[in-house]
Design a protein around this ligand. Sequence first.
Ligand code: SAM
Length: 448
Amino acid sequence: MAERRSRPSPRNAPRKQAVEAPDPRMLALKTLQELRGGEVTLDELLSKHGYGLPSLDRNFLRQLLGTTLRHLGEIDAVLAPRYQPPQDRVAARLTNILRLGAAQLFFMDTSDYGAVDSTVNLARDAGLHKYTKLINAVLRGLQRDGFEWPEGVEDWQLNIPAWLRGSWKKAYGAEIAQGIAEASLGHAMLDLSIKDRSQTAEWAEKMDGIVLPTGSVRLEPGRRIRDLPGYKDGDWWVQDAAAAIPATLFSAYKDKTIYDLCAAPGGKTMQIASLGASAIAVDKSEGRLKRVFENLERVSLGAAIVTGDATDLAPDTPRADAVLLDAPCSATGTIRRHPDILLRQNDKLMQSLLPIQTKLLNQADKLLNVGGELIYCTCSLQPEEGEYQVKSFLADHPNYERKAITADELGGWDEAINDAGELRILPIHMTDFGGMDGFFCARLVKKS
Ligand SMILES: C[S@@+](CC[C@H](N)C(=O)[O-])C[C@H]1O[C@@H](n2cnc3c(N)ncnc32)[C@H](O)[C@@H]1O
């Protein structure tokens, strides 16, 4: 399926312009190379590499990378019979150049000539002169023969890595797993949280959006955030509708103190503060905490901010009435927004996060007053990071019990509440409204 994009400045643009603005295709290659490390996200790399690019080129960069990542399995399958990566250190770069070329050829509205020619130029500019003939031959072959679809497979089977397909099938069954996979390859809507929740309907009307049962305002994607009414005055912030649910469960905590562990960039901190509670935002990343400061400032809300590893807080750190733990996770529920997860994440990496989540849960217990509530959530579809973590925490902490999340708290929406009273949101939920990110949330009470 073709995806629309704006055209970048042509490669044969006047020399002066080419020197001033870096080639977005070269930046796309650089980004793909850096994504392989697994640590840095596409959004972080896009802000680094896209910074200062003219907006047309920045859009093209984002679209080229998004398209390549969403179709990576198909692209690799169509390249495989025509190209064996050379056994030298340029192999990864060469493969990524071909992937970018094939993405433009088959999934974007670049002309065939433009896709082949610009990819050959990219290889030359990247210092791979030796391989320009090979690239030209592979892409011309693809252009001539079209997309030769491997037999007996569907696109989601190629584009979603086997470890994810297998884990979703095991957790949810074959049919739901396929639905999750297909939905994950789509595009996400634009969701907003309104600072004054009593004004939600008015803001939705002003922005031509709808109000979801859970209270978020939903807009069509592609709107320029800064141009929307209320942005400058800080009347709302961008926050995925599923991720916005946990903090709304604290509606009875006005004037109470709540730890927001793993808080950056601060979506949930702003929600807690807007409920009239005192938020203590803790995050180990100084860089990401800057975003919390900036966000709070824009929306004129306040919170205490602590920079540090939440698993390593001083033993005399004061306790609070509630703790929200939005633990670091594989984020496999957010592939629609972050298609780089398909390339960066793997089973081993996900497994390596489990002990950190357990440690953070144990620390959350130390910070919570008796009688208080601990809300644990992750934007992962993997039960190891959600249901199993909670089950094992409860087994180790008999002084806790689940407090079921109810449909009343979610505006009557009950599709995602499981038998244990936890929230297990799947990307196939709320399809009539454009779907949801995958998400898990459980509420636990400290009885003694
Ligand atoms: C899922 S994001 C949090 C999103 C945030 N709660 C929000 O709603 O905007 C996870 C965050 O956990 C932080 N983090 C990871 N390990 C941590 C630790 N041991 N202590 C404190 N923060 C940690 C990361 O820096 C990252 O900002």
